[in-house]
Each structure stands twice: as C-alpha cells, then as structure tokens.
Design a protein around this ligand. Structure first.
Ligand SMILES: [Zn+2]
Length: 507
C-alpha cells in the first residue's frame, strides 16, 4: 500500500514536470514561428524530460538547440520563421541595421530569452529527479523513440532549417567576396533623349505565353497595344536569373561571355551623369548576396522590399510603384535611370498572384493550377508596366520605359501536376520579351530578329544616348540588324526538346 502510494506520488510528479515541459515546449515552438501542433509540443516535451537524464553529449546537443530557440523567441514572435535575409543581416556587422532591427523591441522582448532559459533550467532540475525507467536499455529505447517523434513532428525543423540557411548564406558570401570592382567605363558623350528612363527587369516570363507575341489569351492588354516596339527574338543568356542577368546587365567578354562587372549598366549610367536608382522585389541577403544585387547596390539609391527583417513577407510587384513615384518626384536636374527588378512569375508562382490586380485564369483542373497562375502573373506584370507608364506620363517629363524578362520556364508534368520549371529546359526556355515604349512613341509595332542578352548593354547605351571608348557608336536593340547567330547558342537550342506554349485555359 505504502509502495503504491509512493508510485502514485512519483507518477504525479512526473506528470507535473511533463506538463511544465510541455508548456515550455509550446512557448519555444511558438517563438520559432512554425505552425505548432499538439503532437509537436508533446513529443518535444517527452524528449526533453528524458534528455535530462541522458548522457552529457545528448544534453549538450539539446542545450544548443534550446539556446537557439530561446534567443530567437522574441524575433520569431514578431517576424516569423527565420529567413535567409535575417541570417545574412545577423552575419553582416551593420550596426545601423542592427539598431534598426532591435529598436522596436521592448524590455520584455530582451528579457524573454533569459526568462525562458531560467524556466528551462528549473525544468531541468525537476526532470533530473524524475526516473521513469529502471532499466537502462528501456530508457535508451524511450529516448530514441522520443527523439524520433520530435523529429517526425518537426519540432526540430526551425533549428535544422536555420542551420541549412546559415550554411547557404556563408557559402554565398564566400563565393561573392570578389564582387568588388572599379568601373572601367570611359564615357565619350552623353545625349539622353528623355529625362526619365525606367528599365524593368522581369522574372521567368516566356514571350510565347504573352498575347503581345501571339498567345491567344488576353494576358498583356497593355503591351499588345501600347505605342512602342515589341521585339520578337530577344534571347536570354541563361536558364536562371543569375547566369542570365550577369551577362545582360554587364558587357560580357565577347569570347568567353563571362560577365565583366567593371562594365555594368549601373556604373555606366553613373559615369554618364544619370541619377541612378534600383528598386527590387527580389531577395536581398547582403550587398554581395548575388552578383545582381551587387550591381543594383552600385546605384545612388536602392531599395529591396524583401530586405532583412521583411524578408519573410510576400511582396507584390505593385508595391514597388510608390518607390518609383517618389523617385520621379524627387527634384534632380540630372536625367534619371530607375531600374525596377520584379519578382514577376518567380516560384512559387501562385504566391505571386495578387487579388488587387486583374486575373485571367479560369483553369478548373487542379493539376493545371500553376500554369493558370503563370498566366495571371503575366497579366499582372503587364498591369504593373501600364501603371509605371501612367506614373511617367503623370510626371509630365519626356520618358522611356524598357522591359525584358531574365529567362522563361519550361512546362512539365511532375507527380501528376503541371509545373513550370527551370530545368530540364525546353527549346523556348530562353525566348524572352523585349518591349520599349516612350512619351513620343506614336504607333505599336513588332520587329522580328535575333538579339542576344549579351548585346543588351550596347543597346542600353544607344537607348540612353551614351557613347564610350569601348563602344563609340552603340547599336539599337530594336533597329540594328539582327545579331549573327552564335553557333553554341543555336546548338543548345536545337538539342532541347520542343516545348510549344500550351493551351492552359482549356484545363
Ligand atoms: Zn529568373
């Protein structure tokens, strides 16, 4: 009788300690900002209860994970699950940014990691005294099972996720250390025809899915009719953002086609006396996170919507418009170059579709949902272009707008679902739109030809009226004779399977 009451007492105490552990686990997981489930909380609590009596190595490992959860707690409550941008900002020693980040924190925010740690220490002292198993083998088995359950329910996911992101950031930073250069441009003359130049860099939009290029859906009502030139034959230099844009926004080496950052478009505009700005809806990790960011960061004014703490929020491209408007309104006698880098049709494509802009997809088949979103994002990019031209028009100064996309995508069925992929790439993957409009354009026309991304900077010079020692008489992107076909580019194209535009809306 006495024994049983003692057992009962023990069980009650174990249950109480377990409940305390569960409450702490719930708080920790809540702070790690992962959708918290009961199974996750209970499995983590069970693991922690057992780990208290586990060998020192297991306890040390658990302490490491818990310390990370405690420290991230006030951040996670505000900003959600840890993002690449946060890690990069934390790694970069930018005091201003750090003070901005912590500026919104109250005393409780700063104290909360210590309070949680104190709670965990108390829990540990209690849990040390809870002996659930007499047999060491049974204990080891229970510990392994609890750890497996915690993994299975994703209780450790925030930690492993953060570790993976941190690894990626460190590797990227290492790769991009050499991203510092001295501009090599020698400007000869500057005769801009307009006051305001807007260059829109689109994302993942393939021209044969655009009505302006004959796709039989009304997904580009603006570009299909606006006065200006639609160029059919612009060809991306890569299948992904970085290989394409580094060779399009710089004057690549003519033989190797390797990007030459010292000959980039932003430094050219600056050397030519333009007021330069860069507004991006693409991720920003650090000034060196991607070569494209490094080029953008050369601008006098720049802004990345997804910078640092805002990195986890999903921004829509139209949210760039106020930045452009403010830059247009800013008093400056110099001609302005405003680069707008859209997120466009970037993965996850359906996440890019806004309720605030027109949509056209009426796809019913769930397997075709993503291609339907693709048409919506093309439609919405067209709406953003139209609004940009509206802002330029409203400003009342001579303006010109140039738009292209970095690369296309390739349609493929994966696990029963139609997706648009970067690889394996089809023949049309690098067929991208190129569109020009301006305050003095009178009629809408289409020009067919061949123009590689590597010719872009030269065309940019012609557009902005800048000549340099390396290119004294730049050729027009639109009116110059087509580029001679590059054998390796043509071979690559021919080797790829045909991927004609699909009839998405019939699904
Ligand atoms: Zn891209």
């Amino acid at each position: 009788m006495k024994l049983s009451s003692e057992n009962l007492h023990c069980a009650a105490r174990a249950l109480l300690v377990f409940a305390f552990g569960a409450a702490l686990s719930w708080l920790l997981l809540k702070g790690a900002a992962y959708p918290v489930t009961a199974a996750e909380v209970l499995s983590l609590a069970a693991f922690l209860l057992l780990a208290a009596r586990a060998p020192a190595a297991v306890r040390a490992l658990a302490a490491l994970v818990l310390a990370a959860y405690c420290l991230y707690f006030p951040v996670g409550l505000r900003y959600g699950i840890v993002s690449e941008g946060q890690i990069a900002s934390a790694l970069a020693t930018d005091a201003r940014e750090a003070s901005e980040f912590f500026g919104t924190f109250g005393a409780l925010d700063f104290a909360s990691p210590a309070l949680l740690a104190a709670g965990l220490a108390l829990f540990y002292l209690c849990a040390r005294r809870v002996r659930l198993f007499q047999s060491r083998k049974l204990f080891a088995l229970a510990l392994v099972l609890a750890a497996a359950a915690a993994f299975e329910t994703k209780a450790f996911h925030p930690f492993t996720h953060a570790a993976k992101l941190a690894h990626r950031v460190v590797v990227e930073r290492g790769n991009l250390k050499h991203m510092d250069w001295t501009p090599a441009w020698k400007v000869l003359s500057v005769r801009p025809a307009y006051k305001n130049y807007v260059l829109v860099v689109g994302e993942s939009e393939r021209r044969d899915y655009m009505n302006a290029y004959g796709y039989p859906e009304d997904d580009t009502p603006y570009m299909s009719k606006a006065p200006g030139i639609v160029y059919e034959g612009f060809t991306a230099e890569g299948d992904n953002t970085i290989p394409s844009l580094t060779r399009t926004l710089t004057l690549p080496d003519p033989k190797s086609l390797q990007p030459r950052y010292e000959y980039n478009l932003v430094d050219l505009a600056r050397a030519a006396g333009f007021a330069t700005s860069w507004f991006s809806n693409q991720g920003y990790v650090s000034p060196f996170d991607t070569p494209v960011t490094a080029i953008g960061a050369r601008s006098e004014r720049s802004r990345w919507l997804k910078f640092g703490r805002d990195a986890s929020r999903n921004y829509f491209d139209y949210e760039l418009l106020p930045l452009v408007e403010a830059e247009l309104e800013r008093d400056d006698p110099r001609p302005k170059l405003i680069v707008v880098h859209l997120i466009g049709s970037h993965d996850d494509i359906c996440e890019r579709v806004s309720d605030k802009l027109p949509r056209i997809s009426h796809v019913k088949d769930p397997a075709w949902r993503i291609p339907g979103c693709y048409l919506d994002t093309i439609r919405q990019t067209d709406a953003v272009l139209e609004r940009l031209s509206g802002l330029l028009q409203k400003k009342g100064e001579p303006w010109s707008l140039l738009y292209f996309s970095d690369h296309g995508l390739t349609l493929a069925r994966r696990r029963g679902v139609m997706r648009l992929l970067h690889s394996p790439a089809g023949r049309e993957h690098r067929d991208i739109p190129l569109f020009l409009t301006s305050s003095d354009a009178k009629e809408h026309r289409t020009i067919r030809g061949l123009r590689y991304g590597s010719s872009f900077v030269e065309g940019f010079m012609e557009w902005t009226g800048v000549s340099t020692r390396s290119i004294p008489r730049p050729k027009s992107l639109f009116l110059a004779p087509p580029d001679p076909p590059r054998p390796e580019a043509e071979r690559l194209r021919a080797s790829r399977p045909d991927d004609p535009p699909a009839d998405i809306q019939s699904h």
